[in-house]
Design a protein around this ligand. Structure first.
Ligand SMILES: NC(=O)c1ccc[n+]([C@@H]2O[C@H](COP(=O)([O-])OP(=O)(O)OC[C@H]3O[C@@H](n4cnc5c(N)ncnc54)[C@H](OP(=O)(O)O)[C@@H]3O)[C@@H](O)[C@H]2O)c1
Length: 316
């Protein structure tokens, strides 16, 4: 059999990269092999990937030399940054630039850059509808990713720009699940009004990325937006009510109230939801579930995701 093409996967022990690594490894007849990047190959998550057949290598996105050695000889690279590890858009920009540079220097033939919109193209800093954060951003964790698109283009790396969506897994891991109110009823609180929120199972992002690598040259230079479904808060609450077998109501709050919740990044997320609410048409149009399904035929709906995961949502 001919040599497989190596895909270097940043964040392979995490949500997006992990989904991609598992998608490749679960298709042993496929054309690709996984090189999983991790800062620590001895962790259970890294060992699990090795057990599934991945080559596991030590690399840190903050150490350009380690990135170069991890990308060397790879056909493809999946590039993602970790905003919530440090809450710094400047650091995210540095990390994205380092990945684009490493891909250029090592001759990667196809990179996927996991990106989001630079919201300042819709809401300039002078627009008072939402506060400017960290001096020059409206939604720092979106804006920095969007700004970083230019690094991949300038480096001349053949890149697909993968526009991701809100993970439904945030209801499990990110404290965004329904909470019981004083009336004893569960409420899903989001500042989305009646707008639809494109959402996706985090695992499906990696599976779609696998589809992008399989399509190859056709998607180089393209922006590919993915979602499992577009649902309003009320629609998500209705599906949750069935899955949890108890009523969940949607509680719409203003973005100002959400920004005031006080947890780290609440202002960033309040602005993010406001952007998605106020620019619903553009934001949804950029994320087509049919495109996602064509890349990943096992794409889950919210109902299908809940059937597997509802019991993992912390409630009481
Ligand atoms: N939550 C959402 O709804 C959502 C939606 C769209 C986009 N995003 C974006 O997704 C990104 C995070 O991706 P994810 O959810 O896949 O991450 P994740 O599940 O938090 O995984 C992070 C993984 O990245 C690795 N990592 C962290 N810092 C690293 C570093 N300095 N060098 C190398 N590896 C490092 C860690 O692996 P090791 O410990 O093994 O090194 C970890 O397993 C964020 O930028 C976020 O803005 C999130």
């Amino acid at each position: 059999m001919s040599e497989k093409k190596i895909i270097a996967v940043v964040g392979a022990t995490g949500a997006q990269g992990g989904g991609l690594a598992r998608a490749i490894l679960s298709d042993p007849g496929g054309e690709f092999a996984v090189r999983a990047l991790t800062r620590d190959p001895t962790t259970p998550a890294a060992r699990e990937l090795a057990g599934l057949g991945a080559e596991v290598v030590r690399a840190d996105v903050d150490d350009p030399a380690s990135l170069r050695s991890a990308f060397r000889g790879a056909h493809g690279a999946f590039c993602v940054t970790f905003f919530w590890a440090h809450l710094s858009p400047e650091r995210e920009l540095t990390e994205a630039r380092a990945m684009a540079e490493a891909a250029r220097e090592t001759g990667v033939r196809h990179a996927i850059w996991s990106t989001l919109e630079d919201t300042r193209k819709w809401v300039p800093l002078s627009d008072p509808r939402m506060p400017t954060l960290q001096g020059k951003y409206k939604v720092p964790h979106l804006d920095a990713k969007g700004e970083a698109d230019a690094f991949f283009a300038a480096a001349g790396v053949p890149t697909t720009y993968l526009l991701t969506s809100f993970y439904w897994d945030n209801f499990i891991h990110f404290g965004m699940g329904p909470k019981r109110g004083p009336d004893g009823q569960l409420a899903l609180t989001l500042p989305m009004g009646n707008a639809k929120l494109p959402g996706i199972a985090a695992e499906d992002i990696g599976r779609c990325a696998y589809g992008v690598f399989r399509k190859g040259a056709d998607l180089v230079g393209k922006r590919v937006g993915i979602a499992g479904e577009h649902l309003t808060g009320a629609e998500m609450a209705a599906v949750m009510s069935r899955a949890l077998a108890q009523p969940v109501r949607y509680q719409d709050v203003s973005p100002d109230v959400y920004r005031g919740f006080g947890f780290p990044g609440a202002d960033d997320l309040g602005n993010m939801f406001q952007f998605k609410r106020d620019f619903e048409r553009d934001y949804c149009a950029a994320r087509n579930p049919e495109v996602a399904r064509s890349l990943n035929p096992s794409l889950q709906t919210f109902e299908a995701w809940l059937a597997r995961n509802a019991a993992r949502i912390p409630i009481d």
